[in-house]
Design a protein around this ligand. Sequence first.
Ligand code: PLP
Length: 651
Amino acid sequence: MIYTVAAILYSLRTMQKIHRQWTIKDSANTYGIKEWGAGYFDLSEAGEVVARVTGDGAPVEVSLMEIIDGLDARGLSMPVLLRIENLLDQQLTRLNESFRASIAGTGYAGRYQGVFPIKVNQQAQVIDEMIRFGERYDHGLEAGSKAELLIALAKIRSAQSLIVCNGYKDPEFIDLGLQTIRMGYNVFFVIETPTELPTILERSRTLGIKPLIGIRLKLGSRAGGHWQESGGDNSIFGLTTGQLVDVVDTLRAENMLDSVRLLHYHLGSQIPNIRDIRTAVRETARFYADLVAEGAPMGYLDIGGGLAVDYDGSQTNFVHSKNYNLDEYTWDVVEVLKTVFDEKEIPHPTIITESGRATVAYSSILLFNILDVTQSRPGPIPDDPPDDGPEAIRNLYEVRRTMSLRNLQECYNDAVYYREEIREDFQYGHVTLRQRALADNLFLDIVTGISRLLKKVKRVPRELEDLAESLYDIYYGNFSVFQSLPDVWAIDQIFPVMPIHRLSEEPRRQAILADITCDSDGKIDTFADLHDVRKTIPLHELQDDREYYLGIFLVGAYQETLGDLHNLLGDTHVVSVRINADGSFDFVREIEGDSIADVLSYVEYQPKDLVELFRQKAETAVRAGTITPQQRRTVMNAYEESMRGYTYFER
Ligand SMILES: *Cc1c(COP(=O)(O)O)cnc(C)c1O
């Protein structure tokens, strides 16, 4: 009796396990969207990724699939870089409002005025949005080169906004800045090296315009994270304490100390640990206080960039994350400054940050379709071993037959051994192509079986721990890592990746992503995880009649201009969307991606000449009688059509 009850309970439980439906909650956990999505991205009941924005009213959501349908209807094929301008607006607003709240909360007497560093995303659309949304906060721009200065000088609208010039400055750069100061704008020259000072002094004297001088510090403090070399004593930019004293002496001797208005440092981008941020702010505040004591008027303290993005959603001090939220960041900065300055009875300066990454990362998403999959799935295996095959094949059959929960490790070792034997014999010509193929199929079948059984054992042998992760499919995505995600290739950046639909279905395959460059580095095989990184990502099986779309999120910072033309895959289409308060959306701008003719001309080919060369070949073939004139027309049409077409895979 007891036995029967136990048996019934047991089978009920297994049935529950089998029938437990996969829900969107499972998908949310699998992909961590609630953690890295910052409230901007979530899942709908229909199992699709939605972008959520808050305007003046209640939050509204738009499904990314709906946007893709709209793109499709307009004939824009994948891949597409989607910009949601509301998200840029909201991040900029959050940043400014958070500083306002911290300033009010701590009783800080100065104000906050941010600048956007143009290098983080120089695209005209983005800068235009930044200026438009930033105007109500007098949010300004930071320029690091002459080209960026020309953008800043032309685009800035409010005369209250600041333009901060970092980077190397030649006399032309300085003249332009000075003349814009005369027009009533705030253009700060930040001295990065002592050698810049004489030129600034000479040009301002010649033009009779008083400069606004900033000084960049090399701090003793350093921050952890990928860019830790950017800050600290080893950074390439900024003045050492000794140089700072020299510069102050020179300026005093020249009667120009009253031009020194700003102190700046930049610790590096993506600073994961709030402690490093606090330490640097405190150190800088001391410098600032002493510059005031030296007699410089000051008024502005610029703490650079570094405000991080939580790419993996773990809220830790891991390089792809951060252990603080925006309010903690602004509160800590303001509070440390207030404490130091109150102690020294120094008027509170305007606080400037040069946040780039955190401002623009969220607003761009790379959308693409999957073209093909290579599954790690064994091919057909006959029931019985061939009579005449090599011994090792019969042994592999035997391993497969005797595999059980108790001998997994042994089976694995044997399978590896026999497969090696087959491969070696193949080198010497003792094994045929078909025999080797059968051995490979057997091996894969055994390993798949082992990894399935491993789920049932309590203690997984060390050597078999990574086995499941080594059995992955390759999903081929219609994009180029080099063009659209250069940081994935260059610095192993992790971006959140996930399907944007079918999220009420269980993703049953483990996969890595390959792009369509034929480069072995053109892949993504590190994915975010709350506790660690993982080598594969769960994805759905492809369906014959339906595209499968993935999105790579938080790609608005640094990726677009750093991307390159590897394999001559060009710029993707870029589409900007504005989400309205009623949940509808408008395509506000679209920029068609590069055509093949475009990318060919970037590398100095003349598309016209190529067409002509190919036409001559076709004509020669007509004359030789190998093709007809009609066939010439067909092939020429195809050539010219391709020349005008997209550089990516077109269905
Ligand atoms: C790159 C850079 C920034 C931007 O840093 P984020 O971490 O993206 O905010 C700011 N200031 C300077 C001087 C920079 O070089």
